[in-house]
Design a protein around this ligand. Structure first.
Ligand SMILES: *Cc1c(COP(=O)(O)O)cnc(C)c1O
Length: 430
């Protein structure tokens, strides 16, 4: 038995499925998960000492690569001053100022510890601010595992969604409407019939939890208009895309294409913590007035704005705000997708890939899917063979077809070339 197998067996005795977050268990792709011992720069080493080029980056946060010296120093220094006080600190203020500086739609933020918490709180705020109950989400978008968001579409537009998890009573999701991503007709119809009851529309503007699917520009624009007309709030879940696809997040990408566009509420996580448990939600000062202690919408957290986590996030944001950072990261990520595409072409395998900043996705399909059902119809078996072919060759991709990939500043041109070379080989037998 290998060390990874032994650890997995041991883990399964004391942790359900052997993991603390389901996708880590390799259920979608099969095989034994690698237990990671350490990471540095663009690489991770497992418990057996095998090195992998890491394209997960902790599912997005490690945009500078692992163990960036400036971040390490900030975290070590902060740790010496204390782990947690349960009282305000200057560093929280600095991090809030730093986030706001780069995201013009946000005037105030509240810091929390996970993307789930941030998304859940954003919805409570939207409901509290509007006095309405209904929320709209899209199939294939993930906004964390809050009860009201674990829901899939019902049989028709008029019917409510069904829970996607046991333990979520149907009554809890009765106010959640689930529509098809990029389907303009559906969102028009829902607003025409129920617009006055909708508190918010929540979206992953570039959906990274169904691999990589962009919300089409007219779709985003129209939702913005409908929200404004009907007094609903447009919530951009930028937990993945924030500070990842651009310094100003996906909203800055759309603002370039839709004059004057901005979401009402933004949700952040992943990169803003630099690998520590940290997330945030933010909006205008006016809407934030509804939040406790100023207003009646309750929200709190023992470890919120944690001093070590904020030090990590702040050091990360300072590095990525340096001139040229996203140009270099974006070009590198594009070269990876182009290389994979060429490798697939050489192997005669249908391939469609896309990227924005340091986030990418690819499908074994002839064109990029526009919604969840089409993503799910792409070639899963080939993806799984490819995943293992790459893993065997020292390249760690996300272990599921429906996840995005991430490139960091630490990935070198040689790392990209080695990845493409591995893909050429892996695709021959995939
Ligand atoms: C990861 C993610 C979340 C959940 O964040 P956690 O920190 O895992 O709770 C929410 N929304 C999006 C878009 C995400 O990618």
């Amino acid at each position: 038995m290998t060390t990874n197998q032994a650890l997995f067996e041991r883990a399964q005795r004391v942790i359900p499925g052997g993991v603390n977050s389901p996708v880590r268990a390799f259920r979608a792709v099969g095989g034994t998960p690698r237990f990671i011992a350490r990471a540095h720069g663009a690489y991770m080493w497992d418990a057996e000492g095998t090195r992998f080029i890491d394209y997960i980056g902790s599912w997005g946060p490690m945009i500078l690569g692992h163990g960036h010296p400036a971040v390490l120093e900030a975290v070590q220094k902060a740790a010496l001053d204390g782990f947690s006080f349960g009282a305000p600190t200057e560093r929280e203020v600095e991090l809030a100022e730093e986030i706001i500086k780069h995201v013009p739609s946000v005037e105030q933020v509240r810091l929390v510890s996970s993307g789930t918490e941030a998304g859940m709180s954003a919805i409570r705020l939207a409901r509290g601010a509007t006095g309405r109950s209904k929320i709209v989400k899209f199939e294939g978008c993930y906004h964390g595992h809050a009860d009201a968001l674990l829901v899939k579409a019902g049989s028709g537009l008029a019917t409510f969604g069904h829970p996607t998890s046991a333990g979520v009573p149907p009554e809890v999701v009765q106010h959640t409407l689930v529509l098809e991503y990029n389907n303009l007709a559906q969102i028009e119809e829902v607003f025409a019939t129920q617009g006055h009851e909708i508190a918010c529309v929540m979206i992953e503007p570039i959906a990274g939890n169904m691999n990589f699917v962009r919300a089409q520009v007219p779709f985003v624009q129209r939702i913005g208009e409908l929200c404004t007309q009907h007094g609903a709030l447009f919530v951009f879940d930028e937990v993945m895309t924030g500070f990842r696809v651009a310094l100003g997040g996906a909203q800055s990408v759309y603002a370039k294409l839709i004059p004057g566009f901005k979401p009402d509420i933004s949700v952040f996580g992943k990169v803003i913590g630099g690998g520590m448990p940290l997330a945030a939600f933010g909006t205008s000062r006016k809407i934030m007035q509804h939040l406790a202690p100023l207003g009646p919408v309750y929200q709190a957290g023992t470890l919120s704005g944690n001093p070590v986590a904020t030090a990590c996030g702040l050091a990360t944001l300072k590095e990525i705000a340096k001139p040229g950072f996203y140009e270099a990261l974006g070009a590198k990520t594009q070269s990876l997708v182009a290389g994979l595409s060429a490798a697939a072409k050489a192997a005669g395998v249908p391939f469609a890939g896309d990227s924005e900043g340091g986030m990418f996705g690819f499908f074994f399909a002839s064109e990029l899917p526009q919604n969840y059902n089409v993503v799910m119809a792409t070639d899963k078996e080939r993806f799984n063979r490819f995943f293992h072919g790459m893993l065997d060759r020292g390249v760690y991709l996300a272990p599921a077809l429906y996840e995005a990939g991430f490139v960091s500043a630490a990935h070198s041109a040689d790392d990209i070339a080695a990845t493409v070379a591995a893909a050429r080989e892996a695709l021959r037998s995939a």
